[in-house]
Ligand binder design. Structure first.
Ligand SMILES: CC(C)(COP(=O)(O)OP(=O)(O)OC[C@H]1O[C@@H](n2cnc3c(N)ncnc32)[C@H](O)[C@@H]1OP(=O)(O)O)[C@@H](O)C(=O)NCCC(=O)NCCS
Length: 160
């Protein structure tokens, strides 16, 4: 298993993994992923088993302390010198789940954000995954204002 950063050439495979992992209302569209890759491909961490992409984590960097829905489709909000590494999505394709794949990628993302001198990382998740992110040091800050996919989201923050 190898983790590497993305380029625009990875778009199709990233979009396929995203569509496999999230319901249509929550999955980032190929167009949205294209915009993100054009601006912050170096904030996509891709996990490969040989030449097969099995998962990835992505998100912009910003000084905004809270993750808002507008960030998902507005890559221009990315600020490479920002304080917070946002996490927009954590994806592992179904047949590779429960083998530590997401954990491996998340640990790398956290390590990179620390090395880059960020203040920390911010994500939103459904209540069923709060315990999972807590294992990495994320703290639950309560309900997020997000209405993404008409679901209820909690915001979690890992502060260095
Ligand atoms: C959530 C998601 C990313 C987790 O991916 P994953 O690669 O299965 O994650 P991990 O393997 O690191 O951890 C999942 C569980 O497997 C366990 N696990 C890890 N390695 C294991 C192993 N070798 N054997 C058995 N279990 C293992 C972990 O401890 C964890 O268990 P827990 O739920 O009891 O804490 C994945 O299910 C997914 O893509 N879901 C759909 C998209 C989604 O909801 N993403 C998150 C939204 S923010």
């Amino acid at each position: 298993m190898e983790i590497r950063k993305a380029t625009l050439d990875d778009l199709k495979e990233i979009a396929a993994v995203e569509a496999e992992c999230f319901p249509a209302a929550e999955a980032a569209s190929e167009e949205s992923l294209r915009k993100r890759l054009s601006v912050f491909a170096d904030h996509f961490w891709l996990l490969f088993d040989g030449d097969k992409m099995v998962g990835f984590v992505n998100g912009m960097v910003t000084d905004e302390p809270d993750l808002s829905d507008e960030m998902y489709d507005d890559a221009s909000m990315h600020n490479p010198d920002g304080k917070w590494q946002m996490i927009f999505g954590v994806d592992t394709i179904p047949e590779y789940r429960r083998q530590g794949c997401a954990g491996k990628v998340l640990s790398r993302v956290i390590e990179d954000a620390r090395k880059q001198g960020r203040e920390g990382l911010v994500l939103t998740c459904k209540d069923k995954l709060i315990y999972y992110y807590a294992k990495f040091g994320f703290e639950n800050e309560g309900l997020s204002k997000s209405v993404h996919g008409d679901a209820v989201w909690y915001q979690m923050r890992l502060k260095f």
